[in-house]
Design a protein around this ligand. Structure first.
Ligand SMILES: [Zn+2]
Length: 275
């Protein structure tokens, strides 16, 4: 028994010694990794992201003209929103806007619905939710060309598509000096093989990015500048819009994705600041 316990004591001391060495080694490696990460962060031009959508209720609604592949957008944006901790409901029916109890719980609505028609009850349900503080986000025709006969809806969005000269083209987007968290650190960029939206825009929007028409396709609009990204209020609701997004691949552009996700973060965090 005596020998046995001595043996175990020896084993124990070896175990402690070995583990202490391993812990010291682990600590050194950890410190080294922190050092490398700090240097990488310090050298990076990318602004630090601080998305705060955890536990937020987000409704993603898709449908309308299928040339815009709205389901692909809905899947991409839902996957991302869930990855940052939001509770996401996806619907391919505008009928969900009439569910008052459900709508009252939503912090944000993301819609991709080009053209189509909306009933009075659906339209009222959506607009009342936004006026009460729920945010609204969309891109391209998803909110900027939905329900053409509904001016109350257009008043909420802040603009309506009218044409895209030349169809799919390459064009430049100018960010300008907005000092806004959505565009912070995002420089001017060019986007390829997609539609340059020409819109009728509400003067009451805060423009975050613009584009200038070359006049190559419609010479009489040469030099006209047009908002591409804006934010606005609709009573208590935050509305964010980006006119890019004809192709699902448009969101693979880092600048476009950065502005969209930051816009979602801004619009999804308005309701909790009320009262
Ligand atoms: Zn389009």
């Amino acid at each position: 028994m005596y020998l046995d316990s001595k043996y175990y004591q020896y084993e124990l001391s070896l175990f402690i010694k070995y583990n202490c060495h391993m812990n010291a080694l682990k600590s050194m490696l950890f410190l080294l990794l922190i050092g490398i990460s700090s240097i990488t962060l310090a050298q990076s031009d990318e602004p630090t992201e601080s998305i705060s959508l955890a536990n937020k209720n987000i409704l993603v609604v898709w449908g309308g003209w299928d040339g815009h592949q709205p389901q692909k957008f809905a899947k991409k944006v839902s996957k991302w929103a869930r990855s940052v901790g939001a509770y996401v409901t996806v619907s391919d029916s505008l009928g969900i806007y009439t569910d008052k109890e459900f709508m009252e719980k939503q912090d944000l609505i993301i819609q991709y619905w080009t053209m189509g028609t909306i009933t009075d009850d659906e339209s009222k349900g959506l607009i009342e939710a936004i006026k009460s503080g729920t945010g609204l986000v969309g891109c391209h025709g998803g909110i900027g060309d939905s329900f053409r006969n509904n001016t109350d809806y257009q008043y909420m969005v802040g603009g309506q598509w009218v044409t895209h000269p030349g169809g799919k083209i390459n064009y430049k987007v100018e960010i300008g000096q907005t000092n806004d968290p959505v565009t912070n650190g995002v420089g001017d960029f060019e986007i390829f093989n997609t539609e340059q939206y020409y819109m009728h825009v509400d003067p009451n929007v805060k423009v975050l990015a613009r584009t200038t028409f070359s006049g190559e396709h419609d010479q009489w609009i040469k030099g006209a500048t047009m908002p591409v990204v804006w934010k606005k209020m609709h009573q208590n609701g935050r509305v964010f819009y980006i006119s890019i997004g004809h192709n699902p691949e448009d969101f693979d552009h880092p600048a476009v994705w950065t502005m969209l996700t930051r816009g979602i973060d801004w619009a999804g965090n308005g309701k909790n600041l009320l009262n």
